[in-house]
Design a protein around this ligand. Structure first.
Ligand code: COA
Length: 398
């Protein structure tokens, strides 16, 4: 029988963690007096040992098969002493590898094995850097408008203002840039953006236009332009595969930046709407370039000029969406798939993405600059002011 390398690695990791836990119960039942030693190299207490055992679960990086076997072996040696169980059969690969690792420790004492276990875990934690080691939540950063998690190699950035349909406030723009920056640099393999509640995102929070700073509307437009430029740049330069999990309707800038994602999965009832002319505005997120490239100019014109709202199926037919899933199975099907993607070799994925996107990167940056310039003019125009006022007076809804 053939067992893939990946399966063996995962199985070993899971099994060693489980055994660690099971054996942990055993360790707790050993009277403390046996565990305190005074030898220079045998100072690990029961407390140290249990702490190391708990810390094992917070490791973000897979330490590799060899190290996992070492951890397993030291644990067994520390809690049960030298290996005296019978040797598993040659075809029982996993148990044979574990048995070999344990047996290789020979007559190392339980105290010594405990110390080596503690040292090994702390060196693995130290190699991951202080942020991860110090954080009880495994390095996840707290945001006001987002929920950001990193699990199974997937950094998930969830827009979290469901009562406002995940409209993007100035704070959310800044937090999104920060979260993308972190995800681009951390150990995650792929990054996902999705929404909380029944909307993916209702676009720019129109309140952003009503907070007029001291310098007046011109200053407001300049600040908003600077922010937008940096925001879109974060997508253009994002170094790893970026995936949108569109869980409901998407509006405005949450749609336009989709042309900068690598994969877009949508639930059946999602819609895609860019009502720029209705709001006296103009396209952003590089959509004035990406949409005609993806859909062809004739189709893009209906969407970008004439506010045509696309169904998920239409957006898929036009190439903006990768695949549409039934509402009932959307979450389970998509996340199963993403978990499998996140097991692919990270460097290969990132480099391949950069090859695909690198060709047009300069062009995208140039488009971003031009779009932002045009919008700065639009935001101070009568057409735009009127449209925003009528939204807040309840006269216009999309
Ligand atoms: N900016 C500011 N507030 C927004 C918003 C946005 N983009 N989208 C939704 N909200 C707020 C609503 O004002 C409402 O606030 P309230 O509960 O304090 O009254 C709340 O979110 C819920 O939205 P509501 O309008 O009641 O839900 P709905 O299902 O009837 O309609 C939308 C949802 C998205 C169709 C509608 O809110 C809308 O048209 N929003 C504006 C979208 C827009 O123009 N975006 C900019 C594109 S460039």
């Amino acid at each position: 029988p053939h067992i893939s390398h990946l399966c063996v690695v995962d199985f070993l990791w899971l099994t060693s963690s489980r055994l660690t836990f099971e054996c942990g119960q055993y360790v707790r039942s050993i009277p403390c007096v046996h565990l305190h030693t005074t030898g220079a190299s045998m100072g690990a207490t029961l407390e140290d040992f249990n702490r190391a055992k708990d810390q094992l679960g917070t490791l973000k990086k897979d330490p590799g098969n060899e190290v996992k076997l070492k951890i397993y072996a030291l644990f067994k040696q520390a809690t049960q002493g030298p290996c005296n169980t019978s040797k598993p059969g040659m075809l029982d690969f996993v148990n044979k590898a574990k048995w070999d690792a344990w047996k290789s420790l020979g007559s190392v004492s339980q105290d010594e094995a405990r110390q080596q276990y503690v040292d090994l875990i702390s060196s693995l934690l130290a190699a991951e850097g202080p942020a991860v080691a110090a954080s009880p939540t495994g390095g996840a950063k707290a945001y006001e408008t987002l929920i950001v998690t990193t699990e199974d190699g997937i950094a998930t950035i969830r827009l979290n203002r469901p009562q406002k349909k995940n409209a993007i406030t100035l704070e959310m723009y800044n937090e999104l840039m920060d979260a993308l920056d972190v995800a681009g640099k951390d150990d995650s393999v792929i990054t996902v953006i999705t929404g909380s509640g029944n909307y993916y995102c209702s676009g720019n929070d129109l309140n952003n236009f009503t907070k007029i700073p001291e310098g007046g509307v011109d200053k407001m437009a300049k600040d908003a332009g600077d922010l937008l430029l940096r925001y879109v740049k974060a997508y253009i330069d994002f170094p790893k595969p970026l995936i949108a999990v569109v869980n409901g309707p998407a509006v405005g800038i949450s749609v336009t930046v989709l042309g900068l994602f690598d994969v877009v999965y949508a639930t059946e009832s999602a819609t895609f709407h860019t009502p720029f002319s209705q709001l006296g505005q103009s396209p952003e997120g590089c959509s004035s370039y990406t949409f005609p490239t993806i859909m062809g100019p004739a189709k893009a014109a209906e969407v970008l000029l004439f506010n045509k709202k696309l169904t998920a199926t239409q957006a898929c037919e036009l190439g903006l969406v990768t695949e549409v899933f039934p509402d009932s199975s959307f979450q389970s099907e998509v996340w199963t798939r993403l978990k499998a993607y996140a097991k692919l070799p990270p460097k290969s994925l990132a480099l391949s993405k950069q090859l695909i996107r690198g060709v047009e990167k300069d062009q995208l940056h140039a488009v971003n600059v031009t779009e932002v310039e045009r919008l700065k003019e639009r935001w101070v125009s009568d057409e735009c002011m009127q449209a925003i006022m009528s939204f807040f007076q309840g006269k216009s809804k999309l």
